[in-house]
Design a protein around this ligand. Structure first.
Ligand SMILES: [Fe+2]
Length: 143
C-alpha cells in the first residue's frame, strides 16, 4: 500500500515459503511498508509459519510487540537508528522549510542524541517459534 509498484506481499511470502527447503528453521520477515494495517495483517497471515515479522520504513517505533498466538514474534515498526532531535533522521529546519514554503529543500542529516532502536527476539532453534520479544531503545553514549 502507498509504495507502488509492488507485488502482493502476501502472495510473495506464500511463494517463498512454499519453495521451502533452502530456508532454515528461523525465518525473519522485514515488512518494509507504509501502512500499519498491512504490516499487522501480514504478521497475522504469517503467524506460525515464520519466527518473526517486523516492520520498517516509517521510522517511528511502535509499542505493540507480541508473540502472536501461533508463535511468531511481531512488531509493527522497529523504529530507526539515528538522531532523535529530528524529523525521521533529517534536520528539523530543512524539513520545516519544505512544509512551510512548498519549495524543494535538501534535507540535511540531523546530528546528535543518536538512538538505536529495534528488537531482541529469542527463537527456539528446534521449532523456529519465537519465545520472547523485547523492544530496544537505547541512547548511543557520546552522541
Ligand atoms: Fe523505506
Amino acid at each position: 500500500m502507498f509504495l507502488a509498484p509492488a507485488d502482493c506481499p502476501f502472495r510473495a511470502a506464500d511463494q517463498i515459503l512454499k519453495s521451502g527447503s533452502h530456508l532454515g528453521k528461523m525465518i525473519v520477515v522485514d515488512v518494509h511498508a507504509e501502512a500499519t494495517s498491512e504490516k499487522i495483517a501480514l504478521g497475522r497471515y504469517l503467524d506460525g509459519r515464520v519466527s518473526a515479522v517486523v516492520g520498517s520504513h516509517t521510522h517511528v517505533q511502535t509499542a505493540d510487540e507480541a508473540i502472536l498466538p501461533k508463535g511468531t514474534a511481531f512488531l509493527t515498526d522497529l523504529g530507526m537508528t539515528g538522531p532523535k532531535d529530528s524529523v525521521l533522521g533529517r534536520d528539523v529546519e530543512s524539513v520545516l522549510h519544505k512544509f512551510l514554503t512548498g519549495m524543494p529543500s535538501q534535507f540535511k542529516v540531523a546530528t546528535g542524541d543518536v538512538r538505536l532502536e529495534g528488537v531482541l527476539i529469542t527463537v527456539d532453534e528446534k521449532t523456529g517459534k519465537a519465545t520472547a520479544i523485547k523492544r530496544i531503545q537505547e541512547k548511543i553514549p557520546g552522541s
